[in-house]
Design a protein around this ligand. Structure first.
Ligand SMILES: [Zn+2]
Length: 229
C-alpha cells in the first residue's frame, strides 16, 4: 500500500466519504458512488440504437445527429435520488462523475471525434448564484474532461427565469421555455457539431428550444442527457 493511499484511508476514519446514493463508506479508490451502486445504475445503452426512445422523442422537433440518455429515471429510484442531490443538494461532483463515466461508455462509438464543442443547457444566472453551479454544466464538464472536446458554458444563456416544468403539460412546457435562450456569439457555432447536454429529459421541450437556437445559427446538434424520465 502506498503511503498516500494509507493516509487517505486514515483520514477517512475521521471524515468518512460516503456513497452519495447508498451512504456506505467509500474505499480509497472509489469516488462519489460506490462500486455496488455503479454496477446497479440502470444504463439505457441508447448509444447502441439510433432509434432509441430519446431520439424518437425529439424527432420532428429538433434536427439532430444523435441523441442519447445515460440512465433510466424511475420515481423514488436511486437515480431519482442522485439527480435530486445533484440539482438541489450542493453535490456538483455527481455531475462530473457521471459525465466522466458516460464518456468511457460513449467513446467506442467515435462520437467525440466528430464533436467540436460541448454546451450545457444553461440555468438563469439568478439560479446559478443561488445554487453555485449548473447541474448540466457539471455533467458537461465530466464529458469534456475525459473526451478532450472543449466545453463552452458561456455561449448559450438563459435570459428568463422559468417556472418549474414539473406541474405543466406538454404544450405548457413548450410555452414556458419558448424564447428563454439566447446565443451570445452565433458565429462561433456556425458549421460546428455541438453536443448539447442536459440533466433530465422529460418532454424534451427544453432541449428542443435550446437546440433550435444552435441549429438556427448553423450548427449541427447532438444531444446527451444524464437521465430520461
Ligand atoms: Zn452506493
Amino acid at each position: 500500500m502506498k503511503i498516500s493511499s494509507f493516509l487517505k484511508d486514515f483520514v477517512h476514519v475521521f471524515l468518512p466519504k460516503v456513497c452519495v446514493s447508498c451512504d456506505v463508506s467509500l474505499l480509497s479508490h472509489e469516488e462519489v458512488l460506490c462500486t455496488e451502486c455503479i454496477y446497479h445504475l440502470p444504463m439505457t445503452d441508447f448509444h447502441l440504437d439510433e432509434q432509441n426512445e430519446t431520439a424518437q422523442q425529439l424527432w420532428g422537433k429538433l434536427d439532430f445527429k444523435q441523441a442519447v440518455s445515460m440512465l433510466y429515471l424511475a420515481k423514488s429510484s436511486r437515480v431519482a435520488k442522485l439527480v435530486h442531490k445533484l440539482k438541489y443538494g450542493n453535490e456538483p461532483d455527481i455531475g462530473v462523475f457521471l459525465g466522466q463515466y458516460y464518456t468511457k461508455i460513449l467513446q467506442p462509438t467515435g462520437i467525440f471525434e466528430q464533436l467540436d464543442m460541448i454546451v450545457p443547457v444553461p440555468i438563469h444566472k439568478s439560479k446559478l448564484r443561488k445554487r453555485g453551479y449548473n447541474q448540466a454544466g457539471q455533467f458537461a464538464r465530466g464529458l469534456s474532461k475525459v473526451s478532450g472536446v472543449p466545453l463552452n458554458e458561456d455561449i448559450l444563456i438563459r435570459t428568463k427565469v422559468t417556472e418549474s416544468q414539473t406541474q405543466k403539460n406538454r404544450i405548457e412546457r413548450y410555452d414556458n421555455v419558448e424564447g428563454v435562450f439566447a446565443l451570445r456569439r452565433p458565429s462561433l457555432v456556425k458549421g460546428k457539431h455541438i453536443l448539447l447536454v442536459d440533466d433530465v429529459l422529460t418532454t424534451g421541450a427544453t432541449i428542443c428550444v435550446a437546440g433550435n437556437q444552435l441549429v438556427q445559427a448553423g450548427a449541427a446538434v447532438s444531444v446527451a442527457t444524464i437521465a430520461r424520465a
